[in-house]
Design a protein around this ligand. Structure first.
Ligand code: NAX
Ligand code: K
Length: 464
C-alpha cells in the first residue's frame, strides 16, 4: 500500500465529507478497528486509554465504548470542555452519559496508575500534532514510555516527527500507512472506498490554495499568458481566471491586432503587444525578456495555426519552464512539458494515439503522461488528470460549460495553481475549481451561462 502524508490524509478526509461520508462515521470505523486490534493484543482485561483533545483522542473514545465488556479507564489530558472537535466531544459525552470510568488529568501524577494496566492505547496526538510537545502532553508521553506496559498507538505514535514521541509496541494506522512510522504497523480500513480517493474534491484545493498571510506582491504567482490572434477573448479569459484563482499578476503577450482589445477588456491585465498579427519567431526576444518575471506560462488559447506561430512555439516552449499548454499549442511535433489540457480530439491530435471517440482509457492516458513526463488534464464529462503514476477524476461541471471559453478559464486557473504547487496537484485542483465555479454559475444562468460567469464564481468555488 502506498504511504500517505498527513496533508494528503487531511485532503482525503475533507473530500469524504464533501461526498457525504462524515468524520463521525470515519471515527466510528477507526475506533471499531482499533478496539478489535486492542482486544487481540490485550493479555488481560484492564485497558487504559490516554486521550488527547483532538480526533485522535476521539478514535480512542470510540474504542473504549467498543471494549465496554473489559475494564476500560479513559485518561483525558486536560478538561473535557477543552475537547477540540465536535466528533470527539460527542463520543466523550456518550461515555459520560453511560457512566464509563473517565478521568480528566491535570498533572502527570494522575497518570501513575498506568503501570497497572494490561494495555495502553496511546491517543494523545495523531496527524494533527504541530510544533514542540511540552507540559502535560510531554509528561504523558514519558509516563507511557516508562510504564513498562504494552502500548498500542492510535494512527501514529503520539508526537511522531517532534522531539518527543511515544515508542509503542505497535501502531494501528487508519486507511493507509502514514509516512515514517517506526516499528510494527497494522493498517486498518475505515470505510474509505477507492472512489473517494479517485474523485477530486475540496480537500485537493486545500493542498494548493493556502496562502501565507504575510506574503508579498508576486509571491502568489505571476502568470504569463501567450495567446490570441484570430481570437482576442481566449487569452483575456485565461488571464482573468488566473487572477481570480489567486495569482498576483497576469500578463498577456498577444498579437498586435488584438492587444488593444484585450487591454480594453480589463484594467487588471498587463498586455504586451507582439510585432505582428500572429505569434512569430520575431517575437521570441520580447517573450524571453518576460519569462524570468513570471512563474508559469499559459500558452495556446486563440493563437491560430499560422506556420510561423508553430515555428515560434517549437522554439519557445522548451524555454518556458513551468507551462500550461492548451488549444492551438497542442500540435504534434511541438514539444510538451508541464501540464497539458486537451479535450479528447486535441488529445488524439497531440498524442497521435488512435482511440475511438469517448474511449480514452485511464491506462492509455497514464502511459502517455509517463512516456512524455507530463501531467495531462483530459477534459470531458469526467475530467481525467494524471502524471503517469496517479490518475484522478473530476466530476464537477455541467453541460452548460460546453460554451466557448470555459477551457481557457480552466487553463488560467491551472496556471495560477501551478505557480505554487506541483503539476498534478495544480491540475487536479484547477479541474475541481473550474467545474465547481461552472456549477455555481449554472444555478443562476442555466444554459445561458458564459465563460465570464464561470470566472465570477471562482472565488466562491475556492471558499468550499
Ligand atoms: N478527520 C477525519 O475525518 C478523521 C480523523 N481521524 C483521526 O484524527 C486524527 C487527527 O485529528 P486532529 O486533526 O484532530 O489532530 P490530533 O488529534 O492529532 O491532535 C490535534 C490536537 O492536539 C493539539 N495539538 C497539536 N499540536 C500540539 C502540541 N505540540 N502541543 C499541544 N497540543 C497540540 C491541537 O490543538 C488539537 O487539539 C488522525 O490521526 C486520526 O486518528 C480518524 O478519526 C478518522 C477520520
Ligand atoms: K496517537
Amino acid at each position: 500500500m502506498i504511504p500517505i502524508s498527513p496533508d494528503e490524509m487531511r485532503a482525503v478526509d475533507a473530500n469524504c465529507t464533501y461526498f457525504g461520508l462524515l468524520p463521525i462515521q470515519l471515527m466510528e470505523n477507526a475506533g471499531s478497528a482499533l478496539a478489535s486490534e486492542a482486544r487481540r493484543r490485550a493479555r488481560g482485561k484492564k485497558i487504559a486509554v490516554v486521550a488527547g483533545r483532538g480526533n485522535n483522542g476521539g478514535d480512542a473514545l470510540v474504542a473504549a465504548r467498543h471494549l465496554a465488556d473489559l475494564e476500560v479507564t479513559v485518561f483525558l489530558l486536560g478538561r473535557s470542555r477543552e475537547i477540540a472537535t465536535q466528533e470527539a466531544r460527542q463520543n466523550w459525552e456518550i461515555l459520560e452519559h453511560l457512566n464509563f470510568d473517565l478521568r480528566e488529568v491535570r498533572c502527570s501524577e494522575e497518570l501513575e496508575p498506568l503501570s497497572r494496566y494490561d494495555l495502553i492505547l496511546d491517543a494523545i496526538f495523531g496527524t494533527g500534532v504541530r510544533g514542540p510537545v511540552r507540559g502535560l502532553e510531554a509528561e504523558a508521553i514519558d509516563a507511557i514510555n516508562s510504564s513498562g506496559r504494552p502500548v498500542l498507538s492510535v494512527d501514529v505514535p503520539s508526537g511522531l516527527g517532534t522531539e518527543k514521541a511515544v515508542e509503542p509496541d505497535a501502531t494501528v494506522t487508519f486507511h493507509r500507512p502514514k509516512v515514517a512510522i517506526p516499528g510494527e504497523v497494522v493498517v486498518a480500513g475505515i470505510g474509505i472506498p477507492p472512489a473517494a480517493e479517485f474523485y477530486v474534491g475540496p480537500g485537493d484545493l486545500g493542498l494548493v490554495a493556502r496562502r501565507a498571510s504575510e506574503s508579498h506582491k508576486g509571491e502568489n504567482g505571476r502568470v504569463l499568458v501567450i495567446g490570441g490572434g484570430p481570437y482576442s477573448g481566449a487569452p483575456a479569459l485565461a488571464a482573468m481566471a488566473a487572477l481570480r484563482a489567486g495569482a498576483d499578476l497576469a500578463t498577456v503577450a498577444a498579437p498586435r491586432n488584438v492587444a488593444g482589445i484585450i487591454a480594453g477588456l480589463s484594467p487588471n491585465l498587463i498586455v504586451r503587444p507582439l510585432s505582428d498579427d500572429h505569434l512569430s519567431p520575431g517575437d521570441l526576444d520580447l517573450i524571453r525578456e518576460l519569462l524570468p518575471r513570471h512563474d508559469v506560462v499559459v500558452v495556446g488559447m486563440g493563437l491560430g495555426r499560422h506556420p510561423e506561430t508553430r515555428e515560434a512555439l517549437a522554439e519557445l516552449i522548451p524555454e518556458c519552464g513551468k507551462a500550461v499548454i492548451d488549444a492551438d499549442a497542442l500540435l504534434p511535433g511541438i514539444p510538451l512539458q508541464g501540464i497539458i489540457t486537451p479535450h479528447e480530439s486535441e488529445f488524439r491530435r497531440v498524442s497521435t494515439i488512435r482511440v475511438p471517440p469517448g474511449r480514452v482509457e485511464k491506462e492509455t492516458l497514464m502511459s502517455f503522461a509517463r512516456d512524455m513526463t507530463l501531467t495531462v488534464l483530459l477534459k470531458g464529462k469526467v475530467d481525467l488528470i494524471t502524471d503517469g503514476s496517479v490518475v484522478r477524476g473530476n466530476a464537477t461541471g455541467n453541460a452548460g460549460m460546453t460554451v466557448g471559453g470555459t477551457g481557457d478559464v480552466l487553463a488560467g486557473i491551472a496556471g495560477a495553481f501551478y505557480s505554487k504547487a506541483p503539476p498534478l496537484r495544480a491540475a487536479v485542483a484547477a479541474a475541481f475549481v473550474n467545474g465547481t465555479a461552472g456549477d455555481l454559475a449554472f444555478v443562476e444562468k442555466g444554459y445561458s451561462l458564459l465563460a465570464t460567469d464561470v470566472i465570477e464564481k471562482i472565488p466562491a468555488a475556492m471558499r468550499l
